[in-house]
Design a protein. Structure first.
Length: 126
């Protein structure tokens, strides 16, 4: 496996993680508020856990784990892990676009700082 393939596996890890987070948010929003009564809470959670979309989110998390394991056979964790920060960026941006979540100045600045951090952390010290 080449380094390019390993980096593509890291990006697959990020993509699967983002997919899972967005799907779960979508289905939780569709399901409504968590009930106050414990028995109703259990039914609410079971219904979500049995939802095919939520199951696909869990499968994506498993796929992300497999991709990460494969990437770790070729890349140092200190080189690959900073790229996982792109998960935060993509989830926040997609949350704003898909769910109309607020995207204020502080969030935009935070995303910018994360991206700068990824670039700095990805630099080869040699």
């Amino acid at each position: 496996m080449s380094r390019l393939s390993a980096y593509l596996l890291v990006m697959l890890t990020v993509g699967c993680t983002v997919y899972g987070q967005l799907i779960i948010k979508w289905k939780v929003l569709a399901a409504g508020r968590l009930p106050d009564v414990n028995a109703d809470r259990a039914r609410f959670m079971v219904a979500l856990l049995l939802n095919p979309w939520v199951i696909s989110a869990f499968m994506a998390a498993f796929g992300a784990s497999l991709a990460w394991i494969a990437a770790m056979t070729r890349l140092p964790i200190s080189e690959a892990y900073p790229l996982n920060a792109m998960t935060f960026v993509l989830v926040v941006v997609c949350g704003g676009l898909l769910f109309a979540e607020p995207m204020g100045v502080h969030k935009v600045m935070g995303i910018g700082l994360i991206m700068i951090g990824v670039v700095v952390a990805a630099q080869d010290p040699s």
